[in-house]
Design a protein around this ligand. Structure first.
Ligand code: ADP
Length: 501
């Protein structure tokens, strides 16, 4: 009996989960590593700490279950996306700390690119909106600011990688310098149509092609770990960025299948099938994965403030003692009594894109109270997700088939039912909420022949709870109209108000 080991390298911690053929976790280990904040707005990680912490938890998970390298059929890697590592190929030493996706040090440069009218050029090739968030401007910053980095690159001795690239390079002692399509598609250097690094973008940013990893499918026999790492070789057969891995872990294999993660914010991805969909609503077009001999694309959108609105009720407004309590309070009233809460604390994202919007509560009458406001905060999470789904449907012309959910706030039954009611879509919550690690395991196990095909993986998906739409259309329309008015009230600009209509 063999197992699949998923390495889940996140923004604050490294985890390893070992899965069996039914998709059950048989062992896991997790450890946090340090966050480095050298200046306001800058965020770094030590790549060596990422490496040692990740391998440490992998060995711990194997030890806990009494497993040796022979018991592991394959390794899959999933990771925080966009975070940029650069190292000397000869010594294996990073030339500086990893620049984390959250780091804003290159935002002026990104703004300049956008001001030069290059947004269309980048979007057409990479599917992305120009932003410091993606790897491209971070790589350029390293080449321009770390002494000796550019000379090293011009000699062919500097290697760039997102975190899966770095871990795979380390696990193979430098034999493999590869990036899976899903991670490559978050660099803002990757041509998502041709599946290769875009020469014109590289020229524009003055990034030598020689430092880039070879792009490969997400599910594929990459090669084996060096025997020193786990006592013997283990095949590495899968890699994907965390959100794409979660989409795969939910078995959203067909166009129109979507997943939403309800955490601090929401992260939603919808599979759009074999063709990239250009978004007119400001959603990102991204590669979901290369698996089973084909490439799937996805539309991606996020809600900035979701579960964080519930934290705000708890910590700032002190309307609740803990997040879980919000469910019973919301369910104890029939409706919000006309109250809407728009948690635009940091502006509004897709499809509104209004940086100047601010949090707003509308519709307060004498009868409105604490319970109604708590309910309105939960409903707002669902309304924002509804707006993303509508934008995805509009942009792609694909109607959403199902919404699979995970994340801390997905345990809230009231929220899930309201989500289903307001979108008219069945919401399905799986028994295994470790969908990110599971997705990496599935990608690896598929290439290793551990699971015969994607149907076998889809059959593994176990339901915890299903929420079906149960609201009459008139009521649904009325509530959505009220939400649109509330968003318009929250919008700081005339353009925002226009968008809300
Ligand atoms: P992240 O990974 O973004 O830190 P999690 O997936 O751990 O987030 O989810 C935590 C968020 O979910 C918090 O913002 C919290 O307020 C919210 N949350 C947790 N439990 C509930 C609940 N039962 N109802 C509503 N929100 C909840």
């Amino acid at each position: 009996m063999k197992y699949i080991m998923a390495l889940d390298q996140g923004t604050t911690s490294c985890r390893t989960i070992i899965f069996d053929a039914s998709g059950q976790a048989v062992s896991s280990a997790q450890k946090e590593f340090g966050q480095i904040y050298p200046k306001p707005g800058w965020v770094e990680h030590d790549p060596m700490a990422i490496w040692s912490t990740q391998i440490g938890v992998a060995q711990e998970a194997m030890l806990k279950a009494g497993l040796s390298y022979r018991d592991i059929a394959a390794i899959g890697v999933t990771n925080q996306r966009e975070t940029t590592v650069a190292w000397d190929r000869k010594t294996g030493e990073p030339v500086c700390n990893a620049i984390v996706w959250q780091c804003r040090r290159t935002s002026d440069y990104a703004d300049k690119l956008a001001a030069r009218g290059m947004a269309g050029f980048f979007r057409e090739r990479t599917g992305l909106t120009i932003d410091a968030y993606f790897s491209a401007t971070k790589i350029k910053w390293i080449l321009d600011n770390i002494p000796g980095a550019r000379a090293l690159a011009l000699h062919g001795d500097l290697a760039f990688g997102t975190v899966e690239t770095w871990l795979i390079w380390k696990m193979t002692k430098g034999r493999l310098h590869i990036s899976d399509y899903s991670n490559a598609s978050r660099t803002m250097l990757f041509n998502i149509h041709r599946l290769e690094w875009d020469e014109e973008i590289l020229r524009e940013l003055d990034i030598p092609a020689g430092m880039l990893p070879a792009p490969v499918p997400s599910s594929c026999e990459f090669g084996a770990t060096d025997p020193d790492v786990f006592g013997g070789p283990i095949p590495i057969c899968g890699a994907a960025g965390d959100q794409q891995a979660a989409l795969f872990g939910h078995a959203c294999f067909d166009a129109g299948e979507a997943k939403n993660t309800y955490g601090t914010g929401c992260f939603m991805l919808m599979n759009t099938g074999g063709a990239p969909v250009d978004s007119v609503s400001g959603l990102l077009t991204t590669i979901a994965w290369g698996a089973g001999g084909k490439v799937d694309y996805a539309l991606e959108g996020s809600v900035f403030v979701a579960g964080a609105a519930i934290q705000w009720l708890r910590d700032e407004m002190r309307l609740i003692d803990d997040s879980a309590e919000s469910e019973a309070i919301a369910a104890s009233v029939a409706d919000t009594c006309g109250v809407y809460l728009v948690p635009a604390f940091v502006g509004l994202g897709a499809p509104y894109w209004d940086q100047r919007a601010r949090g707003t509560i509308t519709g307060i009458t004498r009868g409105a109270g604490r319970k109604h406001i708590v309910r309105a905060a939960l409903e707002a999470i669902a309304y924002q997700t509804h707006d993303l789904i509508s934008a995805m449907e509009r942009d792609s012309g694909i109607s959403i088939k199902s919404l699979k959910v995970d994340g801390g706030a997905s345990v809230n039954g009231f929220l899930m039912q309201f989500q289903s009611d307001i979108t008219g879509v069945t919401v399905r919550r799986p028994a295994c909420v470790e969908t990110t690690a599971l997705g990496a395991a599935y990608l690896a196990g598929l290439a290793a022949g551990y699971w015969p095909d994607m149907q076998a993986i889809a059959r593994n998906w176990r339901l915890d709870a299903e929420f079906s739409p149960d609201m009459d259309e008139g009521c649904r329309r009325g509530l959505l109209d009220g939400w649109k008015e509330a968003v318009a009230a929250a919008s700081g600009s005339a353009a925002g108000r226009q968008g809300a209509r």
